[in-house]
Ligand binder design. Structure first.
Ligand code: F6P
Length: 365
């Protein structure tokens, strides 16, 4: 009988997920003694009755490497450690179904689980590993905020999309002599904002790692206007905050979604600048989920494929409790504990920030 690997995608989607799945399946097919199945909507496919598990054959994954999203579906809600249950009075409680799930996976003949997900998903992986599950992680997030890997796939695609947005905003901003504020994703890490600001030639970039001051931003806007350049592009990361201020966030009202919803900083900034006396016309654009949708760029397809092949090789070699990672030029594996212990933030003294300052970009600091 063939050995079985179960693959799932968890957390927010990200361009490149399908390329990982394809890499896993193609590598498994070379061995002749492994087969791969997929769980629909993360672990939900295993936990729900009837289960929703699909066979991932060569035929199923053919040509999916350039498709966005995930053919397995994903979710940011619930999971085996906190499964939502609706009580008779209409309230929700959460139960730990991890032991039951591990038993179920054993009965299904699963020899290895490959969990493709962000830090939240890899925390679940670590807990399941401690409970005896043969599990491997693959890191994904457009935020690029995991310290164990040089890059996560999906990030470069998000940067490309944000850069194209800056390019488009430049032409309309310059036609009208306006300030246009572009809000991008990234949670507590400013990678998408800083990279797209440099690539797109924005004048001002606001990131979580460097708290800003409104008078400094106003000064940068006014200098630009005095210099005879009528427009200003500000790229602001959703997690950016004023010096001494708080990140704008709200609790999610989706049952089982523990993540805070970030967003709204572009609008706040516009109003704060107006209140501070900015006389230039201003507009805001929130890029939102456009950053996560659509096809991955080539870099992310390559990285995702490398991660998929490496994850399957770990399974074949019987190496569990680890997450694959990119350590240029190698694809390596790191223990989950190491992978989830530290985030990857922008160092304000880094070469990238110095480059941005070197071309005159203001961080409002
Ligand atoms: O972590 C990836 C990310 O896209 C963040 O940049 C963003 O804050 C969040 O997910 C959005 O999550 P959701 O899709 O649940 O709105």
């Amino acid at each position: 009988m063939k050995k079985r690997a179960l693959v799932l995608t968890g957390g927010g989607d990200c361009p490149g997920l399908n390329a990982v799945i394809r890499g896993i399946v193609k590598r498994a097919a070379q061995t002749k003694d492994w087969e791969v199945v997929g769980s629909i909507q993360s672990f939900d496919g295993v936990l729900q009755e009837p289960t929703e598990i699909i066979n991932l054959t060569d035929k199923v994954v053919a040509g999916i490497h350039y498709q966005g999203g995930t053919i397995l579906g994903t979710t940011t809600k619930g999971g085996p450690l906190a499964w939502p249950v609706k009580e008779n009075d209409g309230t929700w409680s959460f139960v730990d179904r991890s032991d039951e799930m591990i038993r179920k996976l054993k009965n299904m003949g699963i020899n290895a689980v490959i969990n493709i997900g962000g830090d939240g998903s890899q925390r679940i992986s670590q807990t399941l590993f401690e409970k005896g599950l043969n599990i491997i992680g693959v890191p994904k997030t457009i935020d690029n905020d995991l310290s164990a890997t040089d890059y996560t796939f999906g990030y470069q695609t998000a940067v490309q999309i944000a850069t194209e947005a800056v390019d488009r905003l430049v032409t309309t901003a310059s036609s009208h002599n306006r300030v246009i504020i572009l809000e991008v994703m990234g949670r507590d890490a400013g990678w998408i904002a800083l990279s797209s600001a440099i690539a797109g030639g924005a004048e001002i970039c606001l990131i979580p790692e460097i708290p800003y001051e409104i008078p400094k931003i106003l000064e940068a806007i006014n200098k630009r206007i005095i210099d005879g350049k009528g427009h200003v592009i500000i790229v602001v990361s959703e997690g950016a905050k004023q010096k001494g201020g708080e990140v704008l966030s709200a609790k999610s009202d989706e049952i089982g979604n523990e993540n805070l919803k970030l967003g709204g900083i572009a609008n706040k900034l516009l109003n704060d600048l107006k209140d501070a006396g900015c006389e230039v016309d201003m507009r805001e654009t929130v890029l939102g989920h456009l950053q996560r949708g659509g096809v991955p760029i080539a870099f992310d397809r390559v990285l995702a494929t490398q991660f998929g092949v490496k994850a399957m090789e770990l399974a074949i070699g019987g190496v569990f409790g680890k997450m694959v990672a990119y350590n240029h030029p190698d694809v390596v594996s790191v223990p989950f504990l190491e992978a989830i212990s530290k985030y990857h933030y922008i160092n304000p003294q880094s070469a990238l920030v110095k480059t941005a300052k070197g071309i005159g970009m203001s961080f409002g600091d």
